[in-house]
Every structure is written in structure tokens, then in C-alpha cells.
Design a protein around this ligand. Sequence first.
Ligand code: NAP
Length: 260
Amino acid sequence: MSSSSSSSSPLPLQSLKIGIVGFGTFGQFLAKTMIKQGHTTRATSRTDYSQLCHQLDVPFFRDVIPFLEADNDVILICTSILSLSEVLNSMPLHRLKRQTLFVDVLSVKEHPRNVLLQVLPENMDVLCTHPMFGPESGKNGWRDLPLVYEKVRVRNETRMVEMSCEEHDKVAARSQFLSHSIGRILAEMGIESTSMNTKSFETLVKLKESATNDSFDLFSGLFIHNRFAQQELMNLEQSFEKVKQRLLKKMSEQQSLSSV
Ligand code: NAP
């Protein structure tokens, strides 16, 4: 799996035909940007996005068979983490007419790698990616934003720095899952911007907003399909308890001093 900034990457040399599976928030965001980059996109999804796709000039396929037969160079998997298995297992993948690169963008990595390797015919290439940006942070393009990937089964070699899917999930549990969890906790607390925000508090409000802009399916996928996430949740709980105990200890020390 590689960690790279697109600022050092060349612009695409070739216009690709990209089929998108899962045309929710993230799939739409990717399609809009890829169209601007000169690629051709087409989409299929559980929900009927015909009208929206018509506006975007993206062919929408209600039926997955013509989608699979639509001469895609790349099939981009943008479903929720929780539905990946169901979606891929329901696709008649033997209808693929040519060698295609399958790319997933799920925010956990071992799970889609395992599912893709299990369901795809051997001649299909697999690239597992995690774009470290979303519709908000990438609204002006993703040129300087990081993307993590592993060439799980890619025949056409390009310059990449490897990081395993396992390493990705370990790091992501301690960074991305942690920030989503804290954002959700802050939302539970109902924190809101005040008239006397410090910079740090503004960061917390932004964290809350960014965590709750993503679906709960996304958040729970980060937990359920990343085997390192549960440990981080326990670490969070234990650390919270330690900080609380230190405060309570200090308070009782102060109280005993003042009562002397
Ligand atoms: P999401 O809630 O994680 O996924 C929504 C997508 O999943 C929609 O296309 C939805 O289809 C599909 N879906 C959900 N349940 C389904 C089911 N039972 N059967 C078939 N399809 C189902 O939200 P998202 O933000 O669009 O994320 C999509 C993927 O991108 C996720 O895997 C996420 O981890 C990854 N990702 C997201 C971000 C981000 O900033 N949002 C960043 C990096 C990676 P319909 O719309 O047709 O209902």
C-alpha cells in the first residue's frame, strides 16, 4: 500500500472509461472530479440515480449486466463497507467481457482485499485504495491530498511505495477511526460553536461536523471491518478514565490542603 501525494503525480495521460458501483456521496464526488479530469464515467447503484446522472451526463445502469458489459477500463467500488460483500456477490461477474482493473475506495482495507480476491475472476486486476479526503476536503480537487493504496494484483507496474493492507488498517484505526469516534462523542454531547471559541475548540467543532457529515454506515464499517478498531476504542475508554482519575485525585488533594 502506498502513501502518495498527487502533487508529484503527472496528470492522467489517458482518458479512462470508469464504471462506478455505488453512486452515494463519495461515488458522486469521485465521478464529478474524474469527469473534470477528462475521464468518462458510468454508474450503477442500489438507488435509482437516473435523474441526477442525466444532469451530470453520466450513463446510469439500473441493470448491472449491461454495466458490466459496458467496456470499462476500471470498475470503481464505492459502496458502503457494510454492503460490499452483498453487492459484489450479487454481481454476475462472469459477464465481464474484458480484463478490468477493480479499484475499491473503502476506508478499511483488509476486508475489501479479501472479498475482491474471493469473488473476482483471476484475470481481473485489483487495486485497494483509501483516498484520505472526502467531498469537503477535496471540493477544490485532490491534487495535494494523500491517497493510500496497495497493488493487490496489478499487472501493469507503475511507480508505487508499498504498505500492506494490514498496516493500513492498523494506522487507520489509530487515526481515522479514532477521529471519527471522538467526533461522534462530541456530537452526542451536542457541542456547538460559541461566541468565545478558542482555536482548539473550533477544531473540535469542525471534527464533530466532519464526523457527522459521513454516514453512520461508514463509521460502523470502520469499526466492524477493521480488526484493530476495537482495541483503539478500548484505549480511548481507558485513557478517558485515566485522565478523569488524575483530575479527581488532584481535586481531592486540593480539598484536603484547603481543609488543613
Ligand atoms: P457510505 O454510507 O459509506 O456508502 C454509501 C454507498 O453505499 C451508496 O452508494 C449506497 O448505495 C451504498 N449502499 C449502502 N448500503 C447498501 C446496500 N445494502 N446495498 C447496496 N448498496 C448499498 O457513504 P459514502 O460516503 O458514499 O462512502 C462510500 C465508500 O467510500 C465507503 O466505503 C467509504 O468508506 C469510502 N470513503 C468515503 C469517504 C468520505 O469522505 N465520504 C472518504 C474515503 C473513502 P445507494 O446510494 O444506491 O443507496
